[in-house]
Design a protein. Structure first.
Length: 237
């Protein structure tokens, strides 16, 4: 448990650094890094299990909703493999209404993306879907039409508000059957939590505390190891 907490904290720092000064990121600097990939796999594995889905007993395959989620699918497959669990992966076809990879017919699947936020204004393949519901609902309908049982939508970073019971859901409409479905949503990190830390990272990068974000300013610049500007603004304290 302690090791996982340390991994989560390390991944959080990597994500904040990647998000720094950006309205949106595909997180490739993290997910394509060897260390980042392992951390992503382990943290996602834990988030999914804590949400009540056993990757050993309940899930057969993980599907990437966007290109940004492809390295995350592999990260999760390898994390499961380290625990002796076999999972398949697949990706949405970005040209035709289909999936690429092993057949999903009869499989229980999770649909995965890097960053899903209903609050974001940046138009990407992920974020537009939560504002308008079109693309995500289309992907849901395609996977469902191919005979898969979709258990939940999962994101490394999420910005979907929880209900009174602490649960998160997305309302999807199957474009084929027009049936509305309340789909469970699982997020490993909250967008607001990471944004706050990323803003702090911006402050440090502006030389507020000499680039050392761990510095806490007390007003004694010589002993704190920070700059006079940092002490004046108390940016990192």
């Amino acid at each position: 448990m302690a090791e996982l907490q340390e991994e989560r904290a390390e991944l959080k720092r990597m994500l904040c650094a990647d998000m720094s000064a950006k309205p949106f990121s595909e997180l490739f600097s993290v997910t394509f890094a060897q260390r980042g990939s392992k951390l992503v796999g382990d943290v996602l594995f834990d988030a999914i299990e804590k949400a009540g889905y056993s990757l050993e007993r309940d899930v057969d395959a993980i599907g990437a909703l966007t290109a940004a989620a492809v390295p995350m699918v592999f990260a999760l497959i390898h994390a499961a493999e380290r625990k002796g669990i076999a999972l398949d992966g697949f990706v949405m076809d970005f040209v035709f209404p289909a999936t690429k990879g092993p057949s999903v017919k009869g499989k229980r699947v999770l649909l995965l993306d890097s960053w899903l936020s209903e609050k974001s204004y940046v138009q990407t393949s992920s974020l537009v879907t939560l504002r308008h519901g079109n693309e995500l609902s289309l992907d849901f309908g395609i996977v469902h039409q191919q005979g898969a049982q979709i258990l939940a939508i999962v994101a490394l970073i999420g910005g979907v508000d929880a209900d009174e019971q602490g649960m998160r859901h997305l309302q999807l409409v199957n474009p084929i059957s027009e049936e509305s479905t309340k789909m469970a949503f699982v997020q490993a990190f909250g967008e607001e939590e990471l944004r706050a830390d990323a803003d702090h990272e911006d402050c440090c990068n502006d030389n507020c505390c000499g680039g050392h974000c761990e510095v806490k300013c007390t007003g004694d610049c010589a002993n704190d190891g920070c700059t006079e500007l940092c002490c004046e603004d108390n940016c990192c304290g």
